[in-house]
Design a protein around this ligand. Structure first.
Ligand SMILES: Cc1ncc(COP(=O)(O)O)c(C=O)c1O
Length: 443
């Protein structure tokens, strides 16, 4: 069957409208479940129809109707240098000439591995995979293989990809029972997944006490970006480091989102707490599909073929993905990068808070480096339960009002926002003006 674009019969206009996006999304309904390749893209939690992108460049995305948006999703994290950075695309073109996938060792893997090892304090050896999900799946197997224990502690509201063991309902009572979050996930698979509220060391202590010598480790987002934006309270990461050590368990930072974003060495470098293992993705792939897990050499020595823990991948470490990652890290390593990201993102979030307050809308928000988020409720928000107080109805209206003003925010009240080196001070000014008008229009 040949795909026929529905756009053939839709005229292009100059005013803001989404006619062509709608035509494509409608056609997608019968082709892909929900019309998308990943659920949040469908805009279900903000209402309205999704915008179908045509191209991206720098801080901008253009949709198929010709509308331009200042983009704060950045492909959900990878685009920290801005979309399609000319140096990244030039390097990719050069590599492309040599082929897209080798299925054999290539020197580019050494190069990216060396850069990751040099930057991320916990990583002495690394294995490349193709997504964050894959990295987290593998790291859990490694935690179990190394400790000989089956249970794992995760936190409510932390996302570690869609592997069965991590899909545990983030709700109080059922949470600690390990009830699966999705049909198709056997209870037996999640029964070893224990959950605790984020920022709650006592809960973690209790879980260790109740499951002595059975817990392989604790995995968490060191700064949460999948429940909105939640920062670790002082002492939380340090406390987890001590508790895991005391109990012979491993500490794992899932830095798929925070890696090379919170600082060049990730959240662990920024907060000075070194886990045993780390998962990465997004930025280290520079916009191509990459994930990675790494850690102490003694633990990584368990991974096949060095050791007995099996894990493999047809496209893992492919030259294109390695190239995009290497170029992106080279750009990030330049002097002053993170200071710039920190300053512009802070100006953005403070302006958003001021705009909401000016319209009499309750708000609490925060940023670290190139990551930010806000909740439309009184703060503080320290865990997923508190995050749920955000007004999702107002957020939905805000999201639509911002789109109409040329700003693309994540289509969910429970996702962090991302800035990039390509966002100029002018872009931030335009964004803040749009927030002012949008908050005023929806209050
Ligand atoms: C912290 C974290 N871990 C894991 C994942 C899964 O990564 P992927 O979507 O590449 O499978 C994500 C994705 O957003 C993430 O934010």
């Amino acid at each position: 069957m040949v795909y026929t674009s529905p756009l053939a019969s839709v005229p292009v206009t100059n005013a803001f409208n989404t006619t062509r996006s709608q035509a494509i999304f409608n056609a997608a309904q019968s082709l892909m479940p929900g019309g998308v390749s990943s659920p949040v893209r469908a805009f279900r939690s903000v209402g309205g129809q999704p915008i179908v992108f045509d191209r991206v460049k720098g801080p901008y995305a253009w949709d198929v109707d010709g509308n331009r948006f200042i983009d704060y999703v950045g492909s959900w994290g990878p685009a920290i240098c801005g979309h399609a950075h000319p140096e990244v695309t030039a390097a990719l073109q050069e590599t492309l000439e040599k082929g897209t996938s080798f299925g054999a060792p290539c020197e580019l893997e050494n190069q990216l591995a060396e850069m990751v090892i040099e930057a991320v304090p916990s990583v002495e050896m690394v294995r490349f995979v193709n997504s964050g999900t894959e990295a987290c799946m593998a790291v859990l197997r490694l935690m179990r293989a190394f400790t000989g224990r089956d249970k794992v502690i995760k936190f409510e509201g932390c996302y570690h990809g869609h592997a069965d063991m991590f899909l545990v309902k983030a709700g109080s009572g059922v949470a600690t029972l390990g009830l699966p979050d999705s049909p198709g996930v056997p209870r037996s698979t999640t029964s070893n997944t224990l959950t605790a509220p984020y920022n709650d060391l006592e809960a973690v202590k209790d879980l260790f006490a109740e499951n002595q010598d059975a817990i392989s480790g604790v995995i968490l987002e060191p700064v949460v970006g999948n429940a909105g934006f939640i920062t670790p309270e002082p002492g939380f990461l340090e406390g987890l480091r001590e508790l895991t050590k005391e109990n012979g368990a491993l500490l794992v930072f899932d830095e798929v989102m925070t890696g090379f974003r919170i600082s060049y060495g990730g959240a662990q470098a920024r907060f000075g707490v070194t886990p045993d293992l780390t998962t990465m993705g997004k930025v280290i792939g520079g916009g191509l599909p990459v994930g990675a897990y790494g850690g102490r050499a003694e633990i990584m020595a368990m991974v096949a073929p060095a050791g007995p823990m099996y894990q493999a991948g047809t496209l893992s470490g492919n030259p294109l993905a390695m190239t995009a990652g290497i170029k992106t890290l080279e750009l990030l390593k330049q002097e002053g990068t993170y200071e710039r990201l920190e300053a512009s993102t802070q100006r953005l979030i403070l302006g958003i808070i001021e705009a909401a307050q000016g319209a009499g809308i309750p708000i609490t928000g925060n940023s670290i480096s190139a990551m930010f988020g806000f909740y439309l409720c009184e703060g503080p928000v320290r865990n997923f339960e508190e995050a749920k107080s955000t007004d999702t109805e107002i957020f939905g209206k805000l999201h639509r009002a911002m789109l109409e003003r040329g700003v693309y925010l994540a289509p969910s009240a429970f996702e962090a926002g991302f800035t990039s080196l390509a966002h100029s001070e002018d872009d931030i000014d335009v964004t803040l003006q749009a927030f002012k008008e949008s908050f005023a229009s929806i209050k």
